[in-house]
Every structure is written in C-alpha cells, then in structure tokens.
Design a protein around this ligand. Structure first.
Ligand code: HEC
Ligand code: HEC
Ligand code: HEC
Ligand code: HEC
Length: 294
C-alpha cells in the first residue's frame, strides 16, 4: 500500500467515524429535545410549542416550578419554587355529596397543592420564591420581570374559562386528596405491604404494590413491568389527622398510619411528553382502568 492510498484509507475511516459521531449527537439531541422543553410546561423563552403560554423574562424552564434552595416546604413536594395556597381555601370533591364515595378526604395538599399553584388560576406563573441569578430570593414570592405571550393566559395567570383553569372549586374534578380504594384493608393501623386486587375496603379497586423507601411507605398501581416506574399510577403517602368522611365528619384516628392517596400526579407526570401529561396513554380508558375494576 503506498502512502497516498494509506492516507485515502485513513480519510475514509475518519469520515465514517465523524458521520457516526454526528448521528450519535443528533440522536442524543433528539432524546433531550423530546423532554419537558417541548411541552406546555416549558414556560420560558425557549418554548416552541405553537400558541403556548411563554415568558420572555428567562430562558430557564425548571425555575417556574423548582428551586435548588429556599423552597416552599409547607407540603411534601420536591423543592417547590412557588407559594402554595392555604389548603382550606379549596372546596373538595366530597362536598358534592355523591352517595357512592367511600374514601376519606384530606385537606388539599401533597403534590396537588403544587399543581394548583398555577392551575387554580389565582397566581401569575412568573411569581417565584427564588428568581434566576444572584440575590433573587423573596420568601413571599415576587414577580420576575418580563412579558407574557400566548392566548391561554391573562397577565401570566392561566386564563379564566379554560378547562386548564381548574379554579378553587374542585367539586367538578376527579377526587384528589382521597384515600385509594376507600382506605386500607385493616383501617387505620395498616401493616405495610402489597395489597391484592379487590382486597381494599372498596373491592372495585386494583391492588397496590408497596416499597419502603428510606423508611417511608410508598404505594403505586402497576400498569406494566413490575417495579415502581413513572408510567405506573403513583399514590402519595399521607397521614392527615383531619381527613373527613363523606358526611364531612372528621374520621377519628382512621389515618393514624401512613395511607395511600390519589393526587393530581397519580395520573399526570408534569414532565411527560404524553398528551395532557398523562402517565400512560388513555387509549381504551387505560388510565381509568388501571385503578378502577369496572
Ligand atoms: C410545571 C412545573 C414543573 C416544571 C417546569 C418542572 N417540574 Fe419537576 N416536578 C414538578 C412536580 C409537580 C413534581 C412532583 C411530581 C410527583 O410528585 O410525582 C416534580 C418532580 C421533580 C423531580 C422528582 C421526581 C422525579 O420525577 O424524579 C425532579 C428530579 C424534577 N422534578 C426535576 C425537574 C427538572 C430538572 C426540571 C427542569 C428541566 C423540572 N423538574 C421542571 C413540576 C415541574
Ligand atoms: C408553573 C405553572 C404550572 C404548574 C406548577 C403546573 N402547570 Fe400544568 N400547565 C401550565 C400551563 C401554562 C399549561 C397550558 C395551559 C393552556 O394552554 O391552557 C398547563 C397545561 C397542563 C395540562 C394540559 C396539557 C395539554 O396538552 O392540554 C395538564 C394536564 C397539566 N398542565 C397538568 C399539571 C399537573 C398535574 C401539574 C402538577 C403535577 C401541573 N400541571 C403544574 C402551567 C403549570
Ligand atoms: C384520576 C386521574 C386524574 C387525576 C387525579 C387528575 N387528572 Fe387531570 N386529567 C386526567 C385525564 C385522563 C385527562 C385527559 C382528559 C381528556 O382527554 O380530555 C386530564 C386532563 C387534565 C387537564 C387538561 C384538560 C384539557 O382538556 O386540556 C388539566 C389541566 C389537568 N388534567 C390538571 C389536573 C390537576 C391540576 C389535577 C389535580 C387537581 C388533576 N388533573 C387530577 C386525569 C386525572
Ligand atoms: C390513581 C387511581 C385512579 C385513577 C387512575 C382513576 N381513578 Fe377514579 N377514583 C379513584 C379513587 C380512589 C376514587 C374515590 C373512590 C371512593 O372513595 O369511593 C375515585 C372516584 C371516581 C369516581 C366516583 C366518585 C364518587 O363520587 O363516587 C368516578 C366516577 C371516577 N373515579 C372515574 C374515573 C375515571 C373516568 C377515570 C379515568 C379518566 C378515573 N376515575 C381514574 C382512583 C382513580
């Protein structure tokens, strides 16, 4: 092989390697691009979803919901960068008075309170506790400077009259802050562990999987492969002592132990690229049938 041929050969190898690298980069870029950045939950200036609510004051996107420091810890939500409303300011589903409701209802809390910090429509979405950059902390929350565009907002709050503006009255929404399956089989002092299909107080519910994570009991409803995945229906552990039954009476001691509750993020994953941020597609009502035995 003469030198020229050798160099040509080397060039071929190099260009193949470069082409493969470029493909790899494209693929990893595509994987990144298919995250929350391409959804209606990217509220920053980089949002490319047609017509979505968009704010020109920052190119960050997590900051509308999370902060690494100084979060609102009034409910068990990861590093929440927004002030959450007082639980008692919401009307809960049980006050509708359907005679079929079995589970006790806790005051609006957990992750639901975090979703409602935008979706009740009362607080502008650029109000945050810790704004981007140095020294931007305000314990009570303050509006980051900038301008909103997008048809579905009014001065940065989700516009009134839209289904996405859930409001303060939750009587017309699927119950949240409610015990799963009418409560655990043994009532209050539940012995941690998985629960079989139909073994809950209300037998019209799928059974639960269980894990003890760092000393805390967590439950979920499987929708596919065994093990706790984002595509399972997540349940949220609550021990509220002021939960009420459907007559509105406080349930004495019934939630003394940790119990599994349904909250907004049981069905929704706020970072998902699925339509309407559902944990799994609702084809054939798969979301509903993953909990309800119907
Ligand atoms: C629109 C609001 C919103 C935005 C924007 C958002 N998150 Fe979240 N995030 C939430 C909520 C609500 C939860 C709690 C979800 C739950 O309980 O299942 C959460 C949970 C998390 C968790 C813990 C649970 C998990 O899924 O691992 C991490 C980590 C996280 N977010 C990171 C991020 C990062 C990083 C960004 C920016 C790229 C981001 N989030 C943007 C609302 C948001
Ligand atoms: C920082 C504000 C903010 C928070 C916090 C937030 N959202 Fe949203 N969400 C929005 C905005 C803005 C939209 C788009 C509203 C519209 O265009 O009508 C939206 C849209 C949605 C939609 C509809 C998506 C669609 O394609 O129509 C769902 C479902 C949703 N959010 C669920 C949640 C849930 C569940 C949580 C909590 C886990 C949450 N959101 C927290 C701002 C927020
Ligand atoms: C039991 C499951 C479940 C719970 C709990 C739940 N949702 Fe949903 N949500 C859904 C489903 C399913 C859809 C899609 C409905 C459709 O296709 O029209 C939806 C749709 C939405 C939409 C979009 C409406 C639209 O048509 O654009 C928003 C916003 C939303 N949910 C927010 C929330 C918030 C906030 C909470 C907590 C207060 C919550 N959801 C609790 C199942 C749930
Ligand atoms: C994460 C589990 C879960 C999912 C998913 C779910 N539900 Fe439910 N649902 C519940 C629980 C728990 C209750 C409260 C039952 C009780 O206490 O009687 C409930 C209650 C209801 C009720 C009756 C409330 C009453 O007044 O008796 C209806 C109707 C309902 N769900 C419909 C749906 C539909 C439709 C879907 C799909 C869009 C759905 N659910 C998805 C857990 C779930």
């Amino acid at each position: 092989m003469n030198l020229n041929k050798w160099i040509f050969g080397l060039q071929q190898v190099l260009s193949t390697v470069l082409a493969l690298l470029a493909l790899g980069l494209l693929a990893s870029h595509a994987a990144f691009a298919a995250g929350i950045a391409d959804t209606k939950h990217n509220l920053g200036s980089t949002n490319t979803v047609s017509g979505a609510n968009k704010f020109d004051g920052t190119a960050e996107l997590c900051v509308f919901c999370h902060t690494p420091h100084g979060a609102d810890s009034s409910a068990a939500v990861p590093l929440w960068n927004r002030k959450m409303a007082a639980p008692g300011t919401y009307q809960t589903y049980n006050s509708l008075g359907t005679s079929s409701l079995d589970g006790a209802t806790a005051p609006v809390g957990s992750v639901s309170l975090a979703c409602l910090s935008c979706h009740d429509g009362t607080q502008a979405m650029n109000v945050m506790i810790n704004q981007p950059g140095s020294g931007g902390y305000n314990a009570g929350g303050a509006a980051l400077a900038g301008a909103w565009t997008g048809a579905n907002q009014t001065a940065g709050s989700i516009a009134a009259g839209l289904i996405t503006n859930i409001g303060k009255d939750l009587k017309n929404d699927h119950p949240i802050g409610i015990q799963y399956g009418g409560g655990m089989p043994n009532g209050g002092a539940y012995t941690a562990g998985p629960i079989a299909d139909g073994a809950l107080k209300d037998p019209d519910f799928k059974g639960l999987s269980y894990a003890n994570l760092n000393g805390q009991s967590v439950w979920w409803v499987e929708t596919g492969a065994a093990g706790r995945q984002k595509t399972d229906m997540m349940l949220y552990t609550r021990t509220d002592s002021d939960a009420v039954d459907r007559s509105g009476a406080v349930v004495p001691g019934s939630l003394a132990g940790a119990q599994a509750f349904v909250e907004c993020a049981s069905c929704h994953d706020p970072h998902s690229t699925n339509t309407t941020f559902l944990r799994i597609a609702n084809t054939g009502s798969a979301v509903c049938l993953s909990c309800h035995i119907k």
